[in-house]
Ligand binder design. Structure first.
Ligand code: NDP
Length: 336
């Protein structure tokens, strides 16, 4: 596909209907003309992140205006570029920023994005590897980066990961195990507990372990650190159960965005609560996170076990699955 030859491409587009509902369809779109400082990319792979599922079903907190092509991750090859940094034929990856939110995203065979969003494909990674990791990998890496910044290391003690079979959770578990951490996991999927243990997780708990609201301001200190993707009551229980000087890195809200608790764990145990925004983190930080994942590229070995490859026409079924909390690992979308 060459931008000089190709004038149209296929995309999974979401449109708002007159009755306020949202429809999804594969449509043909025109390749936009290249703007100054922009790059036109032929997308080979994308993935399904929780945010993509929200955008694909009309969540205006993620996507204000429809029709829209979701997909916050995209990897592929530069078709044409008005940037000095990127040349036609170069393999690249884009995650986050406004991609797939209010800029047409990776569920289209072509994206047109500012050069500052684009990263050269990290050496040793294929375009498929880059999409398997994508936003989930960047987010898991940022969580670990913040744990390290607050002085947490493998010697600090056990680390708990929630939503452990989800995209972010799966990669966080794999990275932490690879770094030598003692990892505990919370997962609602009983049929995945054995797989998590085989990955090196010491113990896997069901979601009920953290789901009960507790009036006590502090619980027994169990975790040196946590990576939480779910929020709500589970996060409250985690914060109350951190050991002194422990850190919770939080990125998600699949359980709830609410947090109702006292300041006691903070002022009596000196714990840290650190937040992650993978979309707007600086380009330099994203590059550092890609380099971090390169160092731990062995986590990609045998990824067939936790990656489900699909095509654009299968998106509705898998989007529904992730919204119901039923997706395991990463869903890799082969776009072209
Ligand atoms: P996934 O759906 O892949 O993973 C979420 C996992 O959470 C599920 O697989 C499931 O794992 C668990 N889960 C689902 N529903 C519930 C529930 N009601 N209560 C408790 N656990 C539940 O999503 P992602 O990994 O893509 O994203 C996870 C979260 O992180 C989302 O909220 C997303 O918006 C957020 N996120 C934030 C980013 C940021 O930059 N801040 C970037 C990327 C994601 P299991 O069955 O194993 O329990």
């Amino acid at each position: 596909m060459d931008s000089n030859q190709v004038t149209s491409y296929q995309a999974f587009e979401v449109t708002e209907q007159d009755d306020g509902s949202f429809a999804q369809a594969i449509v043909t779109k025109d390749v936009p003309s290249l703007k100054e400082g922009h790059v036109l990319i032929k997308v080979e792979y994308s993935a399904i992140n929780y945010k993509d599922a929200l955008s694909s079903t009309g969540n205006k907190g993620v996507t204000r205006e429809y029709p829209h092509v979701p997909g916050i991750d995209a990897s592929g090859t530069v078709l044409s570029s008005s940037s000095d940094e990127f040349k036609a034929g170069q393999q690249v990856v884009v995650t986050g920023h406004d991609l797939g939110m209010n800029t047409d995203g990776g569920y289209g065979q072509v994206i047109h994005v500012p050069e500052s969003w684009v990263h050269s494909l990290p050496e040793g990674f294929s375009t498929q590897d880059a999409a398997v990791l994508g936003t989930a990998g960047i987010t898991a890496s940022l969580c670990i980066d913040k744990l390290l910044m607050t002085g947490i290391g493998p010697e600090s003690g056990p680390v708990l990961v929630t939503g452990a079979t989800g995209g972010v959770g799966s990669i966080a578990v794999a990275l932490l195990v690879d770094m030598g951490f003692e990892v505990y996991a919370v997962s609602g999927k009983a049929d995945q507990h054995e797989r998590l243990r085989a990955l090196g997780v010491t113990e896997v708990f069901g979601r009920e372990e953290l789901s009960e609201s507790n009036k006590r301001p502090l619980l027994k200190g169990r975790w040196a650190a946590a990576i939480d993707t779910v929020g709500g009551v589970p996060l409250e229980n985690i914060l109350k159960s951190l050991m002194p000087q422990g850190t919770a890195a939080i990125c998600g809200l699949v359980s709830s965005p609410a947090l109702a608790m006292t300041v006691f764990p903070f002022i009596l145990r000196g714990i840290n609560l650190v937040g992650i925004d993978s979309a707007e983190v600086s380009s330099a930080k994203k590059a550092a996170m890609w380099a971090f994942m390169q160092e731990h590229s062995s986590i990609l070995q045998g990824y067939q076990d936790w990656v489900t490859p699909i095509t654009l026409d299968q998106l509705p079924e898998y989007i529904d699955r992730i919204l119901k909390g039923g997706a395991a690992g990463r869903t890799l979308v082969k776009v072209s």
